[in-house]
Write a protein that binds this ligand. Sequence first.
Ligand code: CA
Length: 342
Amino acid sequence: MTTLPTLALTLLAGSSNLVPAPMEPPRKIVIAHRGASGYLPEHTLAAKAMAHAMGADYIEQDVVLSQDDIPVVLHDTQIDTVTDVARRFPGRARQDGRYYALDFSLAELRQLRVNERIDPKRGTPAFKGRFPPGQSSFQIATLEEELQLIQGINKSTGREAGIYPEIKRPAWHRRQGHDISKIVLAILNKYGYRTKADKVYVQCFDFSELRRVRTELGCQCKLIQLLGDGGDECANHPHLMTPGGLLEVAAVADGIGPSIRQVVAGKSRADARITDLVNNAHAAGLAVHPYTARADDLPPFAASIEELLDLVLVRAGADGIFTDHPDRATAFIRDKRHPSSP
Ligand code: CA
């Protein structure tokens, strides 16, 4: 006769199929935005290692090309706000006064020192409380070096963090004779990121390029269409945010990456409103990963990053979040799922 404790043990061991395990909803994912960029200079290998240690599910890479077609991990095609390029290579700016990764060989880019992001208008750190500019020593990493780092930590810790590369300004690169998408996809393929089962999302603001990535370039990975709220050359797609536009996206991609303000609107906490975007995207079969939750740069409708995460992940129902503070987001999600755990 099976005693109750025995039955309980049997159920715990998963060897009984009489009682199905309670279905937990899919876990919300934490995407470390440019690494643990709230704590270390963005896109440095140190910031990526810290993000991994903080339990991020995915670690983001923004990718641009060097002059010799090596993908490097940098947020902007211009490199003057995060490196000492103006001091090291004076006279190499374009007519707009900016320095571009595409004008430097990898050997030259390797000579640069990476620093905490500077606001070009003010010449002061973009985020005041973050890692002090000019301290320690950081370099630009190639995409391959970063993938090797993440895969290495995956192996040494036994916990697999995924990657979340963004192809930056593909039309701009191609106008200058560089096919960034083709080059990036070849490297993803080399490192085993090939199918929807692999722990990778490929993201891009440029919808026509994302379609090309899926069709002409044959990428089978999960794809994310980024949605901007204005400004950038290919970042503003009001049409793609409509129910019809989202169906067009769903024919190509697996999800969208809108800005947080496209998911929650409002000028104050009392005024916070959930928009239709997440529901409409889910109706089209798309996952939603908004950007960017920052503990030190909150929208007016949230008084803390936890309040912001509650609005975006719980109330709006987004499936994941880009954040500069992956420790805060992983703790928030753990506490929501297991409120009684320490
Ligand atoms: Ca990005």
